[in-house]
Design a protein around this ligand. Structure first.
Ligand code: NAP
Length: 279
């Protein structure tokens, strides 16, 4: 198949690597000529250009730009494609994208490969990034079966595990397990920085070890990504933050009342159910 990739960065470049390995002809389009040259030199794509016309022969196009550019770039892209071309995107939030694009292109199907690293740009692209990772597809009732089948075949070639759900369910689920943890972790770091005694703060920084490293990791990540999550998944994130605040208040109440039995029960419950998320 001719596969188009619009936006040659971490995700776009990584898709290119693995799809080429499966015999597809990969055509890349990106913003900067230097990125196109690097993508060819690295072997992520067979051909690349800053000119979107290059994508005209594509059977499937993956839009892999930053999330805020997916809808504007799509509008430019569809003027160059045949109606049978399947368009998908890799954006980390699905509802605004699927609601905006599906009515305009019959063969559009939203997607989210749940893999990544803290790095970005074409140099960060990796082979086998998607192996054994979830890849969510969010077809609507109107998505043609052929488009779903073609996407499933490509995702299987990437070695990823396919999940189907509605855009809304996707956004609520990633709100809980991806976007809420960023805000919680950010609050943790900010709270520690609220220590007024400089000596104590310095001591805490020196003593911080694996527990703090684990719980602060996502709060110490890329700020643009955190803003993107809040901006495009605002409702789901606010709902999960409200629930989080409820649990913080409950914990404070238990500790204030010295209700150690109830606290232990709560900790036993979370100890038991954590494995349903991470194992
Ligand atoms: P990235 O490494 O920054 O790559 C995005 C690429 O888009 C850049 O390298 C840039 O290439 C290109 N680009 C920017 N403006 C463009 C334009 N106007 N026209 C064409 N190309 C343009 O970001 P990423 O991490 O791959 O994320 C891309 C998408 O994947 C986002 O929508 C994100 O939500 C989604 N996603 C990310 C992750 C993750 O963990 N990072 C995971 C799953 C999904 P130039 O060098 O040419 O400017």
């Amino acid at each position: 198949m001719n596969i188009g990739i619009l936006g040659l960065g971490l995700i776009g470049g990584s898709l290119g690597f693995d799809l080429r390995c499966h015999g597809h002809y990969v055509i890349g389009v990106s913003r900067r000529p230097s990125t196109c040259e690097k993508a060819i030199a690295l072997g992520c794509v067979d051909q690349a250009s800053v000119d979107m016309k290059l994508l005209a022969p594509a059977d499937v196009v993956f839009i892999c730009t930053p999330i805020g550019l997916i809808i504007p770039k799509f509008t430019e892209l569809i003027t160059h494609l045949s109606k049978s071309c399947i368009i998908t995107d890799v954006g980390s939030v699905k509802t605004p994208i699927v609601e905006g694009l599906a009515p305009q292109w019959e063969n559009f199907i939203g997607g989210h490969p749940m893999a990544g690293t803290a790095d970005s740009g074409i140099e960060a692209a990796l082979r086998h990034l998607f192996v054994n990772r979830p890849y969510v597809l969010t077809p609507t009732v109107k998505t043609p079966t052929r488009a779903v089948k073609v996407m499933e075949e490509l995702i299987a070639e990437l070695g990823a595990n396919i999940y189907h759900c509605s855009p809304k369910a996707h956004d609520q689920a990633v709100g809980w397990i991806s976007h809420l943890p960023v805000m919680v972790s950010t609050s943790l770091i900010a709270a520690c920085m609220g220590e007024n005694d400089g000596e104590v703060l310095q001591l805490a920084q020196n003593l911080a070890s694996s527990g703090f490293r684990d719980t602060s990791r996502v709060g110490g990540g890329n700020p643009e990504l955190g803003v993107m999550m809040a901006r495009y998944n605002r409702q789901a994130l606010l709902a999960s933050l409200q629930q989080y605040r409820y649990h913080l208040d409950e914990l404070m109440g238990l500790i204030e009342r010295e209700d150690w039995l109830a606290l232990e029960e709560k900790l036993r419950f979370t100890q038991r159910v954590r494995r349903d998320f991470v194992e």
